[in-house]
Design a protein around this ligand. Structure first.
Ligand code: COI
Length: 370
């Protein structure tokens, strides 16, 4: 399928941020966005790149009422030589289709999605910031667009890709964050949507996060919904514990997100011969290890958050601080390795880096997944 290109006239282009040390996350948007429609009987059609800006929908549109929507998050990094790299974008495209299937939404040919990302980025190259630790965040998403108040899957959808320059996700930057274990609410139950990048998961976390913020914590750490015993994820990150030299992260049982930074961290740890286990881990085990002085480190992983060390855990009214590690913490090593590859400063032996130029050289794939 062709992609219609409507470049924004120079006079209408948005002002780019002048201070890259203060980008924050998700507040600034680039000039262009990609859109493509899907309708029953017709499949994907009308792919276009045009001006980023508001669009109108009827108030009865399904997404506003029943939340039939999914999204992805990935980043583009500028290397010292000015090239632009993506990190394992094929994984985002594959996960997008997994989310789409679970929400009864249409799939898309992953190669087409990659090329759409590539063409959009090519038009907004100048929006990829230049400083280390900054990047262009890429947010593909899909919404149900049929105006209808009965509960059913939409017969039409709109797919978007928007982008914007970002810095650190947390105000703490790479400094350790304080996390509250959530005892009051649940994020996801067995058979639910916990592993899917859909709005409902994030909406379910908002009140808990607000209450945690008001109590002085950055984020909440979720327990399993059935027993309130096993640790799951932070909501914007997967979670890792280093206990007596072994790294442990909760398994993918359908209630936690299959994070791309999570699986990359696991693969890196394996190549470094550091023991790593994907298994259920209870809050009691973590606190027991803390009491015995064996909880060496705790950190989160995520596209937006990258690698974020946890300095304090709060549970049942008590604070458990995680002492700073002597020498190089594992979280720091992972952070340096991932960022090093992403910014072209370290070799990429695992073949995870995809240069932007490699996405735009090939003939355009079909949009509809076979
Ligand atoms: C990401 O890390 O890209 C996400 O989608 C998480 C979101 C809460 C920012």
């Amino acid at each position: 399928m062709n992609i219609a290109i409507h470049p924004v006239p120079p006079a209408e282009r948005r002002a780019k941020p002048t201070d890259e040390s203060n980008l924050g996350f998700g507040k600034i948007f680039s000039d262009h966005m990609f859109t493509m429609e899907w309708s029953a009987g017709k499949g994907w059609h009308d792919a276009a790149i045009g001006k980023y800006g508001p669009i109108a929908f009827e108030p009865a549109t399904i997404v506003f009422h029943y939340g039939q929507t999914i999204f992805e998050g990935l980043k583009a990094y500028r290397t010292k030589s000015g090239d632009i790299n993506l990190f394992r974008p094929d994984r985002n495209c594959a996960r997008f289709n997994i989310s789409a299937s679970r929400l009864d939404m249409p799939n898309m040919e992953p190669d087409f999605m990659l090329q759409a990302i590539g063409m959009l980025l090519d038009m907004d190259r100048d929006w990829v910031p230049k400083s280390y630790e900054t990047s262009l965040y890429i947010r593909p998403f899909m919404i149900a667009t049929e105006p209808y108040l009965g509960l059913k899957s939409s017969s039409s959808f709109l797919f978007f890709i928007i982008t914007g320059p970002v810095g650190a996700y947390y105000p703490e930057g790479f400094n350790p964050v304080k996390i509250q274990v959530c005892e009051k609410y649940s994020r996801a139950g067995p058979g639910g949507l916990g592993s899917v990048k859909t709005a409902a998961n994030y909406a379910a976390s908002l009140l808990a996060e607000k209450e945690a913020n008001q109590a002085g914590f950055t984020q909440v750490l979720w327990l399993d919904a059935s027993e309130r015993k096993y640790l799951e994820e932070v909501g914007s990150m997967n979670i890792f514990f280093k206990i007596a030299g072994t790294v442990i992260t909760p398994p993918l049982t359908g209630t936690t997100l299959d994070g791309i930074t999570r699986s990359s961290a696991i693969e890196l740890l394996k190549t470094w011969n550091i023991p790593v286990e994907e298994r259920r881990i209870s809050i009691d085990e973590v606190l027991g290890a803390h009491t015995e002085g064996k909880l060496d480190e705790m950190f989160g992983t995520g596209t937006a958050a990258v690698i974020s060390p946890v300095g304090l855990l709060h549970y049942q009214g008590r604070d458990y601080s995680i002492p700073a590690v002597e020498g190089e913490p594992l979280a720091q090593r992972l952070f340096e390795q991932l960022m090093g590859m992403q910014y072209g400063l370290k070799p990429d032996p695992l073949g995870w880096i995809v240069p932007l130029d490699s996405l735009i050289e090939r003939p355009l794939a079909a949009a509809t997944a076979r």
